[in-house]
Design a protein around this ligand. Structure first.
Ligand code: SF4
Length: 377
């Protein structure tokens, strides 16, 4: 199932809380592409931030980043790190004291561009403290915050972003820290793709072995942001580029997580929960595909097994698609034919279809995905 990707140098993320059951995640190497997001709460409000982290985790978020902009945020961090079910990344800009506080709080990773800390001795202090606790660092280059000289020389280009990242890499390597992840985010798809491809070329030439965090920054509101992220990240992931992803949507961050998962599932890179095929419906539809599809989507939330379900409105493509799925329904006049593993199970009145579908779904989980059988009734 897992498509082959370029093997980058993996980094290990685990909150440094001393808890034996602390969740850990690998990013890079041969490990599956990791889904991450970022909280929008005030980090100083640890309870609100944890509520959002729990909500993100419930959707399948595997790493959560929180901003640490000032001492109140840093004060909220120990409780967040200690109680989070997933590794926490501290997002730091400019102020090395926030980085030191985050390291002290036990974060699993820093997002930090060392070149933005003006004083070299402070940079050294942060990097040495991170290395001493095996805390990886993500260099996060955004098109909107390029160094002025790079912007002047190279403009808002992919080349400028790669050059900017390499400056930060050189600082960290010179200080002996090589557990790194790199991101190169622009708000437009083509520049972002070009930047990651250029960095990937370095990986293939073995010049820069670091894992890549993919994202289209400031991608937009829910619909357009989802489309831009899907195209940009989809192109790169399809080419074997990228180790972890975030979809930066101007929306509730919980919305970002299913988008990430849909991208990964569409490309066959990860499995998680149902894959629902539903026809768009048309004048031939003899059952309400939308209503039934939404009901199946609601059922899907109760299970984790990667069951393929087809919801089709009529006999044109219905039987064919239904046979290719684990469970499928093809609409007829006020009724529907249900298929399981390619075989016709029976024909049911429209009002009974959902219940019959659920029964077949549970049978499929028990027979085909026994690891998830405990989720069935
Ligand atoms: S399966 Fe039938 S109802 Fe659905 S889009 Fe195709 S022709 Fe229309």
């Amino acid at each position: 199932m897992i498509r082959l990707r370029r093997a980058s140098k993996p980094v290990f993320l685990q909150n440094k809380t001393g808890k034996a059951d602390a969740k850990s995640v690998w990013i890079g190497g041969d490990h599956p592409v990791v889904v991450q997001s970022m909280t929008t709460t005030d980090t100083a409000d640890a309870e609100a931030t944890l509520r959002q982290i729990y909500a993100l985790t419930m959707e399948g978020c595997e790493v959560v980043r929180v901003t640490v902009k000032d001492p109140p945020d840093a004060a909220g961090l120990p409780a967040i790190v200690h109680r989070s079910p997933v590794p926490i990344v501290a997002d730091i800009h400019f102020d090395h004291r926030m980085a030191l506080a985050a390291i002290e709080a036990g974060v699993a990773k820093l997002r930090l561009n060392p070149g933005t800390i003006r004083d070299a001795s402070k940079t050294r202090e942060v990097v040495q403290a991170a290395a001493a606790r095996s805390i990886p660092i993500r260099i996060g280059v955004n098109m909107g915050s390029l160094a002025p000289d790079l912007e002047k020389a190279l403009g808002h280009s992919a080349e400028a972003m790669v050059e900017s990242a390499m400056r930060h890499v050189e600082i960290l390597e010179a200080l002996g820290h090589t557990d790194l992840v790199i991101s190169l985010k622009a708000h437009d798809v083509l520049t972002t793709v070009a930047a990651y491809r250029a960095m990937d070329l370095r990986l293939r030439k073995r010049e820069t072995p670091y894992a890549l965090h993919l994202g289209i920054t400031e991608a937009g509101l829910l619909r357009d942001g989802t489309i831009k992220s899907s195209i940009g990240l989809g192109i790169l992931l399809f080419e074997g580029i990228g180790d972890t992803i975030r979809c930066s949507l101007a929306a509730d961050p919980v919305e970002e997580v299913p988008v990430c998962w849909s991208i990964l599932k569409s490309l066959g890179l990860r499995e998680k929960g149902f894959e629902i095929t539903a026809c768009p419906s048309c004048g031939r539809a003899e059952i309400s595909v939308l209503e039934l599809g939404q009901a199946v989507e609601a059922i899907a939330k109760e299970y984790s097994a990667p069951v393929k379900v087809a919801v089709m409105g009529c006999v044109v493509n219905g039987p064919g698609e239904s046979k290719m799925a684990d469970v499928g329904v093809a609409g007829g006049k006020g009724k529907g034919a249900i298929y399981r593993a390619g075989e016709l199970v029976g024909t049911f009145p429209e009002g009974q279809l959902l219940g019959a579908l659920r029964l077949e779904i549970e049978k499929v989980i028990r027979d085909k995905y026994p690891a998830y059988a405990h989720e069935t009734t």
